[in-house]
Design a binder for this molecule. Structure first.
Ligand SMILES: Nc1ncnc2c1ncn2[C@@H]1O[C@H](COP(=O)(O)OP(=O)(O)O)[C@@H](O)[C@H]1O
Ligand SMILES: [Mg+2]
Length: 268
């Protein structure tokens, strides 16, 4: 009723039917044609405190983990989360930032960063998405934030980090630090010690930080970010990524002292 999906008389009707047939509330609502399967899922997500977005939400539908938590893709994301809990999360302090890297464009870094962050937040971990792709930023679009200041402005010393972080009201425990004003010198900004200091400070507030980056084959930004964060997850896309380029990136990250916690084959 609070969500405007049922009126009081409809609720009465469902309750009566429920008593007569010995059904659950959702089942009787569906049998009467007063509730859709989506309505029932929505209600369950509220009852179990599990963030879930209604189809009319303004956030991007690329956020499958929030729109369709029952999809096979999201099941795989949860399984990735479990592996990361063992291999990365449990390493302890100093490794709260996980950099998502891949050699080329359109391999699924931004998609994975956003959705992986959502599944971590659904577990009740206070999670931050940091958009360190200052060349073609996308996280602000995925999370419906509009153009706004962000990481570049913080690193340039023109903004206070906490005021740049946007909570996503529909997704409890998730916040986003957008890339901000597109600067002429991303590489220099990201290379500043201020970035390490910032990640350390944010680590006090967030238990998981997932960092999106530009293609590592085109510029050194991603390696720089990964070196600051300490840990990286390598993404390759089936039928698109070049294996020698992936292997070279993996080699370079190791040389930079980055702990490579795993790799993901994006097969969609
Ligand atoms: N596993 C996936 N399932 C569905 N769509 C995907 C998947 N991975 C990537 N995409 C889509 O492919 C496009 C490129 O992905 P994106 O994450 O923006 O790439 P990158 O950040 O590596 O350049 C986007 O439209 C994204 O929604
Ligand atoms: Mg991207």
């Amino acid at each position: 009723m609070d969500a405007g999906r049922l009126s009081a008389p409809e609720v009465e009707q469902i309750l009566r039917f429920q008593r007569e047939r010995g059904l659950r509330f959702g089942e009787s609502g569906r049998a009467l044609g007063l509730l859709t399967e989506d309505d029932v899922r929505f209600a369950l997500s509220l009852q179990f405190d599990y963030p879930y977005l209604a189809p009319e939400s303004e956030l991007s539908h690329e956020l499958v983990a929030a729109f369709r938590p029952q999809d096979q893709t999201v099941e795989q994301l949860r399984s990735l989360r479990s592996q990361l809990m063992l291999r990365w999360f449990s390493i302890g302090t100093g490794h709260k930032g996980l950099t998502i890297v891949s050699p080329d464009t359109r391999e699924g870094r931004s998609y994975l960063a956003a959705n992986l962050a959502i599944v971590f937040s659904q577990m009740g971990e206070r999670t931050l998405v940091v958009d360190a792709d200052m060349r073609a930023p996308r996280q602000h679009l995925l999370f419906g934030l509009g153009q706004r200041s962000g990481l570049s402005d913080v690193l340039a010393g023109r903004a206070d980090p906490l005021s740049m972080i946007a909570d996503i009201p529909d997704l409890k425990d998730l916040a986003v630090l957008p890339a901000g004003t597109i600067p002429p010198n991303p590489q220099e900004l990201l290379g500043r010690p201020a970035f390490s200091t910032l990640l350390e400070a944010l680590g006090e507030t967030f238990s998981v930080m997932i960092i999106d980056t530009p293609p590592a084959g085109a510029c050194a930004d991603a390696q720089t970010v990964a070196a600051h964060a300490g840990a990286a997850l390598l993404v390759a896309r089936q039928g698109t990524s070049s294996m020698p380029r992936v292997a070279r990136l993996s080699q370079r990250l190791r040389e930079f002292g980055v702990s490579l916690v795993g790799s993901v084959l994006n097969d969609t």
